[in-house]
Design a protein around this ligand. Sequence first.
Ligand code: NAP
Length: 115
Amino acid sequence: MSTDTMDGRTALVTGASSGIGRELSRVAAADGYDVVITARREERLQTLADEIEAEHGVSATVITQDLADPSGPDELFEAVRNAGIELHTWSTTPAFPSTGRSSTPSGRRNATCGE
Ligand SMILES: NC(=O)c1ccc[n+]([C@@H]2O[C@H](COP(=O)([O-])OP(=O)(O)OC[C@H]3O[C@@H](n4cnc5c(N)ncnc54)[C@H](OP(=O)(O)O)[C@@H]3O)[C@@H](O)[C@H]2O)c1
């Protein structure tokens, strides 16, 4: 990610409740991105969101979603839309199932990381 400020831009990070996803969330926030963080364990996500907002002064939105559910990815992006959030970049390396078909909403290419 760039070291330039990303004020006003939003990054979606899946698998954000632990491991790589949690660290990517912190990196994105440190770069100035607002973040949407998702996984199944809400309490862990909320703790991370509180920490990110306090440390980096960006907005952190928690959306809990089971991405093993076939409808999970579409429900996730619908929740993002319903929250009025426009995504600028996303990291989907952890937690998105690699089933050989697109895991992102119709018309989007599956991606492990994108901008
Ligand atoms: N760590 C490494 O050094 C390394 C190296 C190479 C590759 N990888 C791969 O990178 C991926 C992530 O590694 P990690 O170390 O960050 O793993 P991790 O700490 O176990 O994190 C996995 C994340 O995925 C979420 N997740 C799991 N199943 C989910 C589901 N059905 N729906 C939504 N979220 C789900 C978990 O959150 P919830 O349980 O809260 O849903 C958690 O936030 C893994 O596939 C791993 O094999 C890791």
